[in-house]
Design a protein. Structure first.
Length: 284
């Protein structure tokens, strides 16, 4: 296999490094500003080294009660954690069950359901905002945890990923379990599901990230500040709804804390995520 000359490779690495630094610059500015004071952040917003680093912002945000100069960050964090955990567990269960049904069970209309799942993935979420509000309001679950969680428990992309992975598992494994007397439920739960770790981790990561960063659904599903999550709460805070002044360190510190869980989860399981995302793309 031909290799590029050393100067060309070095130039390519330098170009990649430049693009990496360019994409990382906003995060570095966010991190640096979180340790600045308000005057320093306003006078020198793009400096990467705070003159006098301080953790006052994080002490405000993680304090007890309505901390952070009227910013109820801990309440937002609690709501986001509750909704994310429940939605992630629900999606993993329902998406895997639906994916297995579409991959292995034979019933009338299965092909039509697969087409419907793929079609749902192509529908922009913004066109469903008004119907979502009307349905939630009609069912009496508007501005409740039920209204925040139930519509997010099913995900077309997760169903499709699980279906593709299940189809890549040899049918002989299931047939052997069926000969031993196992039914569909036992085969799914004790045989197929343990073999689907890469796909399950992929769906878990996508579900966690999607529900943690969800904004538009919570915007139309809630009205009271008691149900604000990190996304809706930070949006109101940035727009000036919770105090006067720029408050750049406080805003960027809150945004930084909200990104940490997703970043940590992704970096810990990224190899499983890549493996599961590619599952079923190549068939023997």
């Amino acid at each position: 296999m031909a290799r590029f000359p050393r100067p060309a490779r070095l130039a390519g690495y330098a170009l990649l490094l430049a693009f990496a630094l360019l994409y990382a610059l906003p995060f570095l500015v966010q991190l640096s500003t979180s340790f600045k004071t308000d005057p320093e952040a306003a006078s020198n917003p793009l400096s990467l080294l705070p003159t006098a680093p301080t953790t006052a912002v994080f002490e405000q945000l993680t304090g007890s009660g309505e901390s952070g100069e009227g910013v109820p960050f801990m309440r937002w964090l609690g709501n986001s954690t509750l909704v994310t955990v429940v939605v992630t567990l629900g999606r993993v269960l329902f998406d895997s069950a639906a994916g297995y049904a579409l991959a292995r069970l034979h019933f009338r209309g299965r092909a039509l359901l697969v087409v419907f799942v793929v079609a749902v993935m192509a529908v922009p979420g913004v066109v469903l905002l008004i119907p979502k509000f009307l349905v939630l309001n009609t069912l009496g679950i508007f501005d409740t945890y039920t209204g925040m969680i139930v519509p997010l428990l099913f995900d077309a992309a997760g169903i499709f990923i699980m279906k593709q992975f299940f189809e890549s598992i040899p049918k002989e494994v299931e047939e052997a379990a069926r000969i031993d007397g196992a039914g569909v439920g036992r085969i799914f739960w004790y045989v197929v599901l343990p073999m689907s770790k890469p796909a399950l981790i992929t769906v878990t990561l996508l579900s966690f990230q999607g529900s943690w960063n969800e904004f538009t659904h919570f915007l139309v599903a809630t009205q009271s500040s008691d149900y604000e999550t990190l996304t809706t709460g930070l949006a109101r805070f940035v727009s000036g709804g919770l105090g006067a002044g720029t408050q750049y360190p406080l805003k960027l510190g809150a945004a930084l804390l909200s990104t940490i869980p997703v970043a940590v989860l992704f970096f810990c399981f990224q190899r499983y995520f890549i493996r599961g995302a590619n599952a079923g793309s190549v068939k023997e």
